[in-house]
Design a protein around this ligand. Structure first.
Ligand code: SF4
Ligand code: SF4
Length: 403
């Protein structure tokens, strides 16, 4: 008797199709190996919201009876493999209020496998991935996070490369031949995709992780309210008024105290405070009320609350004043304005370094015009998602900025 339980942790909406294709591909490959399988999404993640971490599962078993035994559970609590299709999720996962920060490797069984799509080396990923009380294996599939959306799918071969890698990781359950057969026979039907799966199988390498390795931080958590603390009837409290800061010279809006939001983020804004003209547009338009008003009238995007939507970059009228940068290159949620106030020269150096890094790590939330993905994929190595097309990313259209 043998079975395999996998989860795919992904960005809600942006990677919905990718995740379901991977789990469906696992089940189809299992069928080609004479096994049974089922793919399903986490009930609690519906309806999905932009960028909020979500999960799909695939369970494969030798027999129908064994499969049904696992299906009887609400959702898997222990996993052989976690597949993470955006490396910024290595910082942790927070799907709902009261949920707290869940380490990406939390449900892995001892000696389980964490497969991450990333351009970062293992040492950098382990700065983010929380320590675990049992050893496990880290596998890195080289490539950028593949984002598209609810109605579109980016054919950059991420799904078949994940399946090829999985054939190596779980070779006792999914053979490479079965994976290739499934890819060939399913709607993909492409020898190029079969070749991508084979290449991923050959190239992927295991990095054993000891219990002493990883981010030593204790993930934050919230205490759930007791039943007697709950209010009567159905009532939704309104957002309280914010509080003055620095003796009333500044102002911080009140925010949800039990949902930090920042694990939603795959990129974050960095602000050039020297360029800001205090027009208030970012503060007005931010959908999450992220901007604290500082004593000098500048606006500081609070990284505990920012979900990384990019609206502030889009509305800012000043060229290069707000720039969205890959979340992976940041190590904390510290205030940018405080850093700027403390040492303006050092801040300028920091800012330039972060923005300079951008061409290598540019990412967007997906589809912006018809034919964009074909253009991207034709322009560079397929494994790296082709050449990023930045035209049309909010804020990238410098000519549209008036100041
Ligand atoms: S990216 Fe900008 S607009 Fe979006 S949540 Fe963050 S601060 Fe607000
Ligand atoms: S939109 Fe740009 S210029 Fe206007 S207040 Fe925000 S950062 Fe400053």
């Amino acid at each position: 008797m043998a079975h395999l339980i996998c989860e795919v942790v992904y960005r809600g909406i942006f990677q919905k199709n990718l995740a379901s294709r991977i789990t469906r591909g696992i089940v189809l490959s299992a069928r080609k190996s004479g096994r049974r399988g089922i793919a399903f999404g986490r009930y609690g993640d519906s309806p999905q919201r932009n960028g909020i971490p979500a999960k799909d599962y695939a369970i494969v078993a030798d027999s129908q009876e064994e499969l049904e035994q696992h299906m009887a559970r609400y959702e898997p609590k222990e996993l052989h493999v976690t597949i993470c299709v955006d490396d910024t999720l290595c910082k942790g996962v927070e799907s709902w209020a009261w949920y707290g920060l869940q380490p990406i490797n939390r449900l892995l069984l001892p000696d389980g496998h964490l497969l991450v799509t990333s351009t970062q080396p293992a040492a950098d990923l382990l700065k983010d991935i929380h320590r675990k009380d049992s050893a496990y294996n880290l596998w890195i599939l080289p490539g950028k996070a593949s984002f598209s959306g609810l109605w579109v799918y980016k054919e950059d071969h991420t799904e078949v490369r994940v399946l090829g890698a999985l054939a190596k990781i779980a070779s006792g359950i999914l053979s490479l031949d079965a994976v290739c057969q499934a890819i060939r026979e399913a709607e993909w039907g492409s020898e190029l995709k079969v070749e991508s799966a084979r290449r991923a199988y050959e190239r992927i390498e295991r990095r054993p992780v000891r219990i002493t390795e990883g981010n030593p931080d204790t993930p934050y958590s919230f205490e759930m309210p007791r039943w007697w603390e709950m209010r009567e009837g159905v009532s939704i409290p309104s957002i309280p008024v914010g509080k003055p800061i620095e003796g009333g010279k500044g102002y911080r809006p009140e925010r949800n105290g039990v949902f930090k939001k920042f694990t939603t983020r795959t990129m974050r804004p960095v602000i050039d405070f020297d360029a800001c003209v205090k027009c208030t547009l970012c503060w007005l338009q931010c959908p999450d009320s992220c901007f604290d008003v500082m004593p000098d009238g500048l606006y500081d995007a609070n990284m505990e609350a920012c979900c990384g939507c990019g609206v502030c970059e889009a509305v800012c009228p000043v060229d290069n004043c707000i720039t969205m940068v890959n979340e992976a290159v940041f190590e904390d949620n510290a205030s940018q304005w405080q850093a700027w106030r403390k040492d303006k020269d050092a801040y300028r150096v920091w800012l330039a370094a972060k923005i300079q890094d951008r061409p290598q790590v540019v990412r967007s939330h997906g589809f912006r015009y018809r034919g964009q993905y074909e253009e991207e994929l034709a322009g560079g190595p397929l494994e790296m998602g082709g050449r990023p097309v930045t035209a049309g990313i909010p804020g990238e259209n410098a000519e549209a900025k008036v100041l």
